[in-house]
Design a protein around this ligand. Structure first.
Ligand code: ADP
Length: 424
C-alpha cells in the first residue's frame, strides 16, 4: 500500500515537473517569437541552457540570423541613401524598381515630373504612373530585349507627358541574388509640342500657298497654250486674276517673314520716345485715305496726357494698321470704327472698336492663333492671311504689353492692347 502511495506521489511529482518544463519552453518560445518579430536578438532572462541544448542552439541560430538581417538591411538602407543623395542632384528623372515593380527610389526630378509619386514609399508603379507603354518597356528591360531608349507617353491628369526612357538592370540591393531595374526619364514634352506646332504650321502654310499657286498656274497655262486666240477682255480678266492671287501670295510671304522675325531670338525692337497721340492720328489719317475705308466712319478719341511713349514706331504702326484693316474688312459700309487711348496703370490702354457683326464667344480666345479664322471664305475673299492678329500679339508682347479681344455677337468687336511706360 505504502509502495503504491509512493509511486503515485512520484508520478504526480514527475507530471508537475514536466508541466513546469513545458510551460517554461512555451514561455521562452513566445519571447523568442517576440524578439524575432522585433528583429532583435533573443536575450531572455531564462538561461537558454536551462531549457536544453536544442533550444540553446535554436536561439543561437535565430540570433545569428537577426544580426545578419540587421546588418544587411542597414547596408541596403545606407546604399539606398547614398544612391538617393547622388541622384537627388540630377536634372534627369530617375527611379529604381524592385522585382515587384515597387518604386524603391525616385529622385526630386521624377517627383517634379509626376507629383503622384511623392510621399508614398515603395508605391506600386501601376498606381503611381499611367502608361501601358512604360509597363511594357519595364517588362522588355527585365527580359533583356528592350531598345536602349524608347519614347513613352504618360497620361497625367488628362495631359500627356512625353519622355525618352532608358532602362537597365542592377543587382538587387536587399538580397544577394535577383535584379532591380533603374530607369532614367528625359522629359521631351516641350519638344513634342513644338514638333506638333511646327507640323501644323507647315501644313497650314502649304495649304495657304496651294490655292493661289494652282489658280495662277491654271490661268498662266491657258494663256500660254491658247492666249493668242482668247478675246482681249478674257485675257485681261485672266491677268487681273493672276495679279490678285500674286498679291495674295506676296502678303502671305510678307506676313510669314514678319512673324518669323518677331519669333526669332533677335526680333529687333527699335524703341524710341515718340508722341503716341501723333502716331495714332497719323496712322488713322493714312488708313482713312485707302479705298477700303470709303463709307466707314473712323473716329479717334485720345485722353489728354497720353503723351510720349517709348515704343518701336514702325511695329506699333503695323499693330494699328492690322487692327483698323480688320475692322474695315469685317464690317459693312457705314460702320463706325473708334480708336481710343487712355492712361491706365502707369501705361497706356488702346482700343480699336467697331460696330460690325462681332465674333462668336467660342472663337474669341483663338483668333490670336496663327491661321485661325472665324470665317475662312470671307477672310480669303478680303485678302486676309490669318496671320494679322498673331503679328499684333507678338509685337505687343515684345513691348511688354498685353492684348485681348471682347465682342458681343451682332454688336461689334473690340480689340485692346496695353503698353507699359518704359524708362528709356
Ligand atoms: P485675317 O487675315 O483672316 O484677317 P487676322 O489674324 O487678322 O486674320 O484675324 C483672324 C480672324 O479674326 C479673322 O479671320 C476674322 O474671322 C476675325 N476678326 C478679326 N477682326 C475682326 C473684326 N473686327 N470683326 C470680326 N471678326 C474679326
Amino acid at each position: 500500500m505504502l509502495f503504491l502511495v509512493v509511486i503515485i506521489f512520484a508520478l504526480l511529482l514527475f507530471l508537475w515537473a514536466a508541466r513546469q518544463k513545458l510551460h517554461r519552453h512555451q514561455e521562452a518560445l513566445r519571447r523568442l517569437g517576440q524578439s524575432l518579430a522585433r528583429k532583435q536578438p533573443f536575450l531572455g532572462e531564462e538561461d537558454p541552457a536551462l531549457l536544453g541544448l536544442e533550444f540553446q542552439q535554436l536561439c543561437g541560430t535565430a540570433n545569428d540570423l537577426v544580426t545578419g538581417y540587421n546588418r544587411l538591411s542597414q547596408f541596403s538602407n545606407s546604399q539606398l541613401a547614398q544612391i538617393d543623395a547622388t541622384l537627388g542632384s540630377l536634372k534627369e528623372a530617375v527611379m529604381i524598381l524592385d522585382e515587384q515593380n515597387r518604386i524603391m527610389l525616385a529622385n526630386g526630378a521624377l517627383h517634379a515630373l509626376f507629383p503622384r509619386t511623392r510621399g508614398v514609399p515603395q508605391q506600386r508603379l501601376e498606381l503611381a504612373l499611367d502608361s501601358r507603354e512604360f509597363l511594357e518597356y519595364v517588362i522588355a528591360v527585365r527580359n533583356g530585349n528592350a531598345p536602349t531608349q524608347q519614347e513613352v507617353e504618360f497620361i497625367d491628369g488628362g495631359a500627356s507627358i512625353w519622355v525618352e526612357a532608358t532602362g537597365a538592370l542592377i543587382p538587387a540591393i536587399d538580397q544577394p541574388t535577383g535584379f532591380w531595374a533603374l530607369f532614367v526619364l528625359h522629359d521631351v514634352t516641350r519638344q513634342k509640342k513644338l514638333e506638333g506646332l511646327r507640323r501644323d504650321f507647315v501644313a497650314n502654310v502649304s495649304h495657304e500657298l496651294r490655292t493661289p499657286l494652282s489658280v495662277i498656274k491654271g490661268y498662266v497655262e491657258t494663256l500660254v497654250d491658247g492666249g493668242r486666240d482668247l478675246p482681249v477682255e478674257d485675257r485681261e480678266q485672266f491677268l487681273l486674276t493672276i495679279q490678285r492671287h500674286t498679291e495674295r501670295l506676296n502678303s502671305l510671304l510678307e506676313d510669314l517673314l514678319t512673324l518669323s522675325r518677331l519669333e526669332s531670338a533677335t526680333p529687333g525692337l527699335n524703341a524710341e520716345k515718340i508722341n503716341f497721340a501723333a502716331l495714332i492720328s497719323g496712322v488713322v489719317e493714312d488708313v482713312g485715305r485707302r479705298p477700303a475705308a470709303t463709307g466707314h466712319n473712323i473716329k479717334v478719341l485720345l485722353e489728354p496726357g497720353v503723351g510720349e511713349l517709348s515704343v518701336d514706331p514702325l511695329k506699333i504702326t503695323q499693330v494699328f494698321e492690322n487692327l483698323i484693316d480688320n475692322a474695315l474688312k469685317y464690317t459693312p459700309r457705314g460702320a463706325v470704327i473708334e480708336v481710343t487711348a487712355k492712361l491706365e496703370n502707369a501705361g497706356v490702354e488702346v482700343c480699336v472698336r467697331d460696330n460690325g457683326p462681332g465674333i462668336p464667344a467660342e472663337d474669341l480666345s483663338r483668333i490670336f492663333e496663327r491661321f485661325y479664322r472665324v470665317d475662312k471664305g470671307r477672310s480669303r475673299e478680303k485678302g486676309g492671311t490669318g496671320l494679322g492678329l498673331s503679328i499684333v500679339k507678338h509685337i505687343i508682347q515684345l513691348h511688354g504689353g498685353r492684348v485681348w479681344a471682347e465682342s458681343e455677337l451682332g454688336k461689334g468687336a473690340a480689340f485692346f492692347f496695353s503698353l507699359p511706360r518704359r524708362n528709356e
